[in-house]
Design a protein around this ligand. Structure first.
Ligand SMILES: Cc1cc2nc3c(=O)[nH]c(=O)nc-3n(C[C@H](O)[C@H](O)[C@H](O)COP(=O)(O)OP(=O)(O)OC[C@H]3O[C@@H](n4cnc5c(N)ncnc54)[C@H](O)[C@@H]3O)c2cc1C
Length: 376
């Protein structure tokens, strides 16, 4: 049942706009710290539509919520990376390092937890200025409408497309990444999900859905999907620019994708968006109840994750400026030096350590030219 928002003229402690993971996590933390929180979500249902591939690091997710079979679809311990030539390299981990989650069920679990803690959540309710509040948390995702109104910047994003495909006999513990001409500047992915796979692609150039269809038709590594039934087509934007320069403006804080809290290397934002949203919820309550300043949020996320974002931004920039031959060579060296296995094993959502390991290997030589190219 759709609830009606409490009276507009009420002065809410913390108003959260957007009922995605970042908004729900920020609201839960705000309430746990003692404030009252209202979440408004413009869609009729939390968690729907689901536009996410759902690949998250197990360790990262555990810092937010206990993973349960209610929303975990697959457990991943292998990654196959395809070079531009189509050559495949496989990295294995000891034990499960990544999970694929069903975002609709995951978001609903976050909703259940938020409401159990006392958060008021109202769906079918777009933001309207009459909703008065002491602190506003902007968790609108990539839309940017509220950001403009609040004088916050809009995070840099690129378009993406995904297809849910019914494939027979796929491996349930493997994710695939495909590099090269198929997805200029970025990559394509295949993620196993219960009874089907989600094939997706984001790119700096071209129209992702067209590129995706072309890849499925022309890339020989996708022959097994020829003629398979497409269950669903999904479009969205992945955030690649890292956090905004100013994540706090007046009485407003930007969290999740709206704040740019996604990995610049992959656009994955469930874990980092969630971890930083926790900080935002607490900072909001401190400001409302105990005279704290919202800038505390800015200081805290920079102290905990600032370097992580910087390193990932650098890695993404190098990758984006690699020519096909350089990428080919980098993957060959990664495989020879065993770095691929290590990379798969590191916490996928906190990649700073993995990038550091790469920089200490022979791979550093493959990064110099693309880095220099990126400067011009
Ligand atoms: C194709 C694709 C694949 C992805 N794959 C992964 C992945 O594998 N792993 C990963 O970690 N991340 C992935 N991501 C990124 C991930 O989906 C986001 O980082 C995450 O959803 C961000 O959460 P959020 O709460 O900030 O925003 P969202 O989940 O986008 O939620 C924002 C909510 O705000 C609502 N809203 C917007 N404006 C208003 C308004 N004015 N009033 C009220 N409500 C409003 C929206 O309806 C929406 O429900 C992917 C993204 C895309 C596009």
């Amino acid at each position: 049942m759709i609830k009606k928002v409490s009276r507009n003229e009420d002065l809410h402690d913390v108003l959260i706009v957007g009922g995605g993971p970042a908004g729900l996590i920020a609201a839960t933390e705000a309430v746990r710290a003692g404030a009252k929180a209202l979440v408004v979500e413009e869609d009729p249902e939390i968690g729907s539509p689901d536009h996410c591939a759902g690949l998250v690091s197990k360790e990262g997710l555990e810092k937010i919520i206990e993973p349960t079979p209610a929303f975990v679809l697959s457990r991943i311990n292998r990654a196959r990376i395809y070079a531009p030539s189509g050559k495949m390299y496989e990295g294995k981990t000891e034990g499960v390092k990544a999970l694929v989650i069903d975002r609709t069920r995951f978001d609903k679990e976050l909703l259940r937890r938020a409401e159990a803690n006392g958060v008021e959540v109202v769906t079918n309710q777009p933001y309207k200025p009459e909703l008065r509040c002491k602190v506003l948390i902007n968790a609108e995702g990539t839309k940017g409408r509220l950001a403009k109104r609040l004088n916050l910047s809009i995070p840099r994003s690129i378009p993406a497309a995904q297809l849910d495909i019914e494939v027979k006999d796929f491996e349930r513990d493997v994710v695939e990444l495909h590099t090269g001409e198929w997805a200029p500047g970025f990559f394509a992915w295949v993620v196993p999900r219960g009874d089907h796979v989600r094939v997706g692609l984001a790119s700096y150039e071209g129209v992702p859905l067209e590129l995706l269809k072309r890849m499925l038709e022309k890339n020989r590594n996708f022959e097994r999907m020829k003629g398979a039934r497409v269950l669903r087509t999904i479009a969205g934007k992945v955030v690649v620019g890292g956090p905004l320069r100013h994540t706090v403006r007046g009485n407003a804080i930007a969290v999740g994708d709206a704040g740019g809290f996604a990995k610049p290397t992959t656009g994955g934002g469930v874990v980092l968006g969630g971890l930083t949203a926790k900080l935002a919820g607490r900072a909001a309550t401190e400001a409302v109840l105990r005279g704290g300043t919202l800038e505390r949020f800015d200081v805290e996320w920079r102290a905990l994750y600032g370097r992580e974002f910087q390193t990932m931004r650098l890695a993404a920039r190098i990758f984006r400026n690699m020519r096909e031959g350089e990428l080919e060579r980098a993957l060959r060296i990664s495989s020879e030096e065993g770095v691929l296995g290590l990379l798969t094993g590191y916490d996928m959502d906190l990649q700073g350590a993995a990038v550091g390991r790469v920089l200490r290997s022979r791979l550093i030589r493959c990064a110099v030219l693309p880095f220099l190219r990126s400067l011009f």
